[in-house]
Design a binder for this molecule. Structure first.
Ligand SMILES: N[C@@H](CCC(=O)N[C@@H](CS)C(=O)NCC(=O)O)C(=O)O
Length: 199
């Protein structure tokens, strides 16, 4: 399996995922910060927009960190990162899995871009609603599915870490504690050290 990756990007989320899954993989560095660096064809076949992370697993090629998280947790079910198809928790898992690309990231763009919030018309609600809804999703916690850690926590938890890193997290003890729980996971720490060493 090849993970097309660049340090200090959303690709670190996919490294964390693969470390949690315990699968073996190779990191292929794509230098997204250098527009003159040639782009690997296999990478572009997996990632039509030329964005990291992207993955090649045998015949399967795909990009987007949430899509990769869905793929890995279903393809390698022994890792226990996703509720089974007939588990009622599956609905909640899918909702939160898409929360990062569908809600958190557009809401972050709203905040950074200074866009006028429009909760009714914007698919992501607005930044404040995004934060409040996530706080509710973490009640009672400790994870989005309660006691069960899942790949949705890798995608959303890394967003919580990014929100704090970019100084965008309002006073939210619930989300701050969630981000801290993510940081203590051994797979997260291994992933960050790989990200650093590759940098
Ligand atoms: N929705 C995508 C976003 C990926 C993304 O925007 N990656 C950035 C790095 S954080 C990238 O590759 N930028 C380079 C470019 O767009 O040329 C995901 O979650 O994987």
């Amino acid at each position: 399996m090849k993970l097309y990756w660049c340090p200090r990007t959303r690709a670190s989320r996919a490294v964390w995922l693969l470390e949690e899954a315990g699968v073996s993989y190779e990191l292929v560095h794509i230098d997204i910060r250098n527009p003159d660096a040639g782009r690997n064809e296999a990478f572009l076949a997996a990632s039509p927009m030329g964005k990291v992370p992207a993955l090649k697993d045998g015949e399967v090629a795909l990009a987007d960190s949430a899509a990769i998280a869905l793929y890995i947790s279903d393809r390698y079910p022994d890792a226990g990162l996703a509720p089974a198809f007939d588990d009622p928790l599956r609905g909640r898992y899918l909702y939160w899995m898409l929360y990062t690309p569908a809600v958190i990231e557009p809401a972050m763009a709203e905040k950074v871009g200074g866009w006028k919030p429009n909760r009714g018309q914007h698919g992501w609600g607005d930044f404040d609603a995004m934060i409040k809804t996530l706080e509710q999703g973490l009640d009672p916690g400790p994870w989005l599915l309660g006691e069960q850690f899942s790949a949705a926590d890798i995608v959303v938890g890394s967003s919580a870490v990014f929100l704090r890193m970019f100084d965008m997290l309002p006073d939210s003890p619930v989300i701050a504690a969630y981000a801290d729980r993510c940081l203590t996971r051994p797979a997260y720490q291994r992933a960050m050290s790989l990200d650093e060493r590759g940098a």
